[in-house]
Design a protein around this ligand. Structure first.
Ligand code: GDP
Length: 329
């Protein structure tokens, strides 16, 4: 299942739609004045129907995968109930606008030719002010949809390898090393940073691999509500986690800080592969401290260098084993 918002067509925002109509009206002609004014209102009606089509093709919120439901709430900054209310307002507004336009069209048909232009302008004014009254709602849902469309590459149904760890430990480097093609850069509504999404194939099963900058890289207590939701969304992915430690001289975080983060992640997903990264430039003291902490907690680990391809084949084998076990369940 791909992003359910990806193919959804976004109509223009209210002021833009009115501008489109205004720009087009003078170019519409007809066999008579009445015919011309009717055609103009028919054109407006076609434009208004874009809102109706939009609402009708909006993914059914109750059927969304929990990952996308969380994403929608975060992007919107409001609950799904608010979104549903707004969608029904847009639906009602476009139906009302359409019926106003139809009423005026039939009035023009019946009226004297000299009144046709005046009636058309009246209809235009009424419908435009109706749309403007609902502008907040319409424009907001359009903005939310545009952001949702950008979450291009995450497929919540696909087995997922999530690369986690403190900032700068080598997450995005690892995504590129274990993906078969160049990772895509994707937007994720929970972070201002871009995430990398790569893919690889395990016995014919496609697996996605994502890094998590700004998401799984800080302790829970430092997080705001949005980030907590982001973590919830990640919990909804069908995934195993590769947790990286940086044991080089350049490490920005102490062993304890990195370990505390691991502990939090283990609370929500036990399927974690731990790897000490940057083994090519390891700091002996850091290495000893980290490995001791892990051993004391009976946690196995691998040693890799994402950048220099050390231990990457072994890591891939381990990922493969876990993914196959996960699929079997
Ligand atoms: P992220 O913030 O966790 O995604 O980390 P990046 O993948 O952006 O890597 C941070 C820095 O660490 C970059 O300068 C990488 O070149 C470097 N780096 C990543 N993996 C290794 C490694 O195995 N060895 C060394 N020496 N540097 C690495």
């Amino acid at each position: 299942m791909l992003n359910p918002f990806e193919k959804l067509n976004c109509p223009p925002k209210v002021e833009d739609l009115i501008k489109i109509v205004l720009g087009r009206l003078p170019k519409i002609s007809g066999n008579s004045i009445k015919d011309r004014e009717i055609r103009r209102l028919i054109y407006y009606d076609e434009q208004v129907k874009r809102y109706l089509n939009f609402v009708n093709s909006f993914p059914r919120i109750d059927n969304l995968h929990p990952f996308y439901k969380e994403a929608l709430e975060i992007t919107a900054g409001k609950s799904v109930d608010n979104i549903k209310i707004c969608l029904s307002i847009i639906n009602k507004t476009s139906l009302t606008a359409s019926s106003i336009l139809k009423r005026y069209i039939s009035e023009i048909r019946k009226s004297d030719e000299t009144l046709a232009n005046k009636l058309m302008r009246q209809a235009f004014g009424r419908v435009s002010s109706l749309l403007r009254r609902r502008k907040d709602c319409i424009d907001w849902i359009i903005d939310v949809t545009k952001s949702m469309k950008k979450i291009k590459s995450i497929d919540p149904e696909m087995p997922t390898v999530i690369i986690a760890g403190s900032p700068n430990v080598g997450k995005s480097t690892l995504v590129s090393k274990i993906s078969s093609a160049k990772p895509e850069i994707a937007n994720y509504p929970f972070t201002t940073k871009e995430i990398h999404v790569g893919h690889f194939d395990i016995n014919g099963v496609k697996v996605q691999v994502i890094d998590t900058p700004g998401i799984l890289d800080r302790p829970m207590k430092e997080r705001n509500q949005i980030e907590r939701k982001a973590i919830n969304a990640i919990k909804n992915l069908n995934g195993i986690i590769v947790f990286l430690f940086d044991i080089s001289q350049q490490s920005l975080y102490s062993p304890k800080e990195q370990f505390d983060l691991l502990r939090e992640i283990l609370e929500f997903n036990k399927n974690v592969i731990i790897a000490l990264n940057k083994i090519d430039s390891k700091d002996e003291k850091l290495y000893d401290e980290v490995s001791k902490m892990l051993r004391e907690n009976s946690l196995n680990f691998m040693e890799i260098s994402a950048e220099n391809n050390i231990g990457i084949d072994e890591l891939k084998e381990e990922i493969k084993k876990r993914v196959l076990e996960m699929i079997k369940q």
